[in-house]
Design a protein around this ligand. Structure first.
Ligand SMILES: [Zn+2]
Length: 297
């Protein structure tokens, strides 16, 4: 605010403007229907083998186009799905590598032979920008040697781990290496909003995707749930949306999923909605993300 040519403002007001809460309450109007103009970065895509015949690569990019999804972070079982999509549309796909293939799956991957070799080989062959999404269903601290290795592979390439787990395994991973970069899949999925808030507050570098959380955030369609509103505003620089196309039914409903995500973003001021829709991903992955990518590959 400027008075008589000097820059001044009441200290209390300056603090309010600078630190928020930037509620969409008249200080910043919600973006509303203009949310449709924002490109989306879908931070939780899978292109698994059962989808390949029903949804060929060109149909996936068409669905992204139709929904204004400019780019996506993709991991697949097996990894060939991710590579097919990325080779078809490198301008739209950020590939990441999950350990699952053949008989190696979410329930047994930490005990399977050769997982470290598999990860190392594929990371050397393709430009994956994350290791994951992988699951830690039940924390077994005797898996520490494998996780130390996985963390080293990620750090050597300066890429993320994308981890589907509760809060405790995330704390444990940071205890193995406080500098590990983590995307928390589904913001913990089974964790209540209070636990999500606490973990995000405890680890300032922790990033989360909100896939499968859209209905909790929307309180079943009535606007933003207050406990989620607090997470969204306080950690607005560390959240990304996602679809989680883990089964073909998610692809069948892709339009609705993206629409639900746009709906909760529509309650936010433009500046916050932009960050969560694509701006944070642009920063984290060093990409220019825009509607200009729609129709390109
Ligand atoms: Zn997933």
């Amino acid at each position: 605010m400027s008075h008589n040519g000097t820059i001044s403002c009441a200290a209390a007001l300056c603090l309010l403007l600078a630190a928020g809460p930037a509620l969409a309450d008249g200080v910043h109007e919600p973006i509303g229907d203009a949310v449709a103009e924002l490109p989306i970065f879908d931070a939780h895509i899978h292109y698994k083998e059962p989808a390949w015949a029903a949804y060929p690569v060109e149909s996936i990019i068409e669905m992204m186009d139709q929904n204004g999804v400019a780019m996506g972070l993709v991991s697949s079982t097996p990894d060939e799905g991710t590579i097919m999509l990325w080779e078809y549309a490198p301008n739209r796909i950020v590939p990441e590598l999950r350990p699952y293939h053949d008989n190696v799956e979410s329930s047994n991957w930490t005990k399977a032979d050769g997982v470290d070799d598999y990860l190392a080989r594929r990371l050397d062959s393709y430009p994956h920008e994350g290791i994951g999404e992988f699951h830690i269903h039940r924390l077994d601290t005797s898996d520490a040697p494998l996780f130390r290795e996985v963390i080293e592979m990620a750090k050597a390439r300066d890429i993320y781990l994308h981890v589907h787990s509760g809060a405790d395994p995330i704390r444990w991973l940071y205890s193995l290496d406080p500098d590990v970069k983590i995307i928390w899949a589904h913001a913990g999925l089974g964790e209540p909003a209070g636990a999500v808030y606490d973990l995000m507050a405890a680890f300032p570098t922790l990033v989360a995707d909100t896939s499968l959380r859209e209905w909790a955030i929307l309180r079943g369609g009535e606007g933003l749930a207050p406990e989620w509103e607090r997470i969204i505003y306080d950690f607005q620089d560390r959240l990304m949306v996602g679809s989680d196309t883990w089964v073909n039914e998610q692809w069948d409903g892709y339009d609705d999923i993206i629409a639900s995500n746009r709906r909760w973003l529509s309650y936010l001021p433009r500046e916050v909605a932009e960050k969560i829709a694509y701006g944070n991903a642009a920063r984290l992955f060093g990409r220019d993300i825009s509607m200009g990518q729609i129709g390109t590959r």
